[in-house]
Design a protein around this ligand. Structure first.
Ligand SMILES: Nc1nc2c(ncn2[C@@H]2O[C@H](COP(=O)(O)OP(=O)(O)OP(=O)(O)O)[C@@H](O)[C@H]2O)c(=O)[nH]1
Ligand SMILES: [Mg+2]
Length: 319
């Protein structure tokens, strides 16, 4: 007999989630819309039990058990989105995070996963292959050498087009993006071609960053908002859900950015194409395991690219 996923012997999330504890009382939400209102009112989504069609008592029991085990408010069964959904996880040296994040995602959401690994020297690619062998819901794209987050996602989008997915999600491997937030973002995508898990709307925040990192992120977003005037508050966020149809209508061949600026450029292209963008609040937690790939070059790219985008990205009418 196979054990329920959260009792299996695969990696415990406790290590990768760091000092996060799930000891505060749980709060019930009948569905993701209700959960949204709770998060906006300041409640951490790690405390919210979202029934969304599941029996409320079973949902509560499963969430309580999940919290006890360090997995967070796990649903009674993974939420099943009404769209064929692919979660793309770019990886570079994430050997201690990958298996745990994949397992955590599948506790919360019924979806396929694509890992785009850039020949990680620490062997992340081989770990991804191992998971893929055991579970066909995960596939791996191996690329040679570190080629940047932007090109990794573009490669992931192409796979989503080829395989007929309806939604494609961007998510980091390092648990900065909480797996329990993923279904809320996906289910929230019914009326927006792009959903952003946002740190800078009411109810959102960053946890664990020093003041320098906070200033850099705040500054980059203020600068982008001022220069581009697109109304988006968290332009650099990397936790996103796109409608695949909307992505197909964009000129992805013209995307210039490779690093962080990729997120800024993609959001701007979506807005300029006349699509709807929705920001849903998240608590972004600094990575606990592994190293950041953020560097001065990536920040410089964003600084130089943003003003150019204004002239470069033509306004289109949404199809
Ligand atoms: N394939 C691929 N993945 C990358 C590359 N650079 C970063 N990543 C992955 O992209 C995700 C985000 O990178 P991080 O280093 O966590 O960057 P960040 O989250 O913006 O910065 P931190 O807050 O410092 O963690 C992680 O899953 C990384 O492993 C790259 O060049 N290629
Ligand atoms: Mg990170």
């Amino acid at each position: 007999m196979s054990l329920p996923a959260h009792q299996s012997a695969s990696p415990s999330p406790t290590k990768v989630l760091g000092p996060r504890s799930f000891r505060e009382p749980l709060v019930d939400a009948v569905d993701f819309a209700a959960a949204e209102a709770l998060v906006r009112s300041g409640i951490d989504s790690a405390r919210i039990v979202v029934a969304q069609g599941q029996d409320p008592q079973r949902a509560r029991d499963a969430a309580a058990r999940g919290c006890e085990l360090g997995d967070g408010p796990v649903p009674a069964a993974p939420h099943v989105p009404p769209w064929r959904t692919l979660v793309v996880i770019p990886t570079y040296n994430e050997k201690d995070n990958l298996a745990a994040i994949v397992r955590a995602i599948w506790l919360y959401l019924d979806c396929d996963i694509l890992v785009v690994d850039d020949g990680s020297p620490d062997g992340t690619g081989a770990i991804a292959d191992g998971i893929a062998e055991a579970d066909p819901r995960l596939t791996v794209l191996h690329r040679t050498g570190k080629q940047g987050l932007g090109t990794a996602y573009l490669a992931g989008f192409r796979v989503a087009f080829e395989r007929g997915y309806e939604r494609v999600c961007e998510m980091d491997a390092d648990f900065s993006h909480a797996p329990w937030d993923l279904p809320r973002l996906v289910f929230g995508s019914g009326d927006a071609e792009l959903v952003i898990g946002s740190r800078y709307v009411k109810g959102g925040c960053t946890i664990g960053w020093d003041w320098k990192r906070r200033m850099l992120s705040r500054g980059a977003n203020l600068y982008t908002r001022t220069v581009l005037g697109s109304g988006i508050r968290d332009n650099t966020a990397g936790f996103r859900v796109f409608h695949v149809d909307a992505l197909k209508g964009l000129d992805l061949g013209a995307v210039a950015a490779q690093g962080y600026a990729f997120q800024i450029e993609m959001a701007y292209r979506v807005v300029r194409a006349g699509h709807r963008v929705k920001e849903l609040p998240i608590h972004f937690v600094d990575r606990f395991v592994g190293k950041s790939k953020m560097d001065g070059r990536i920040a410089r790219e964003a600084l130089l690219l943003v003003p150019k985008l204004r002239g470069r990205v033509p306004k289109q009418r949404a199809r």
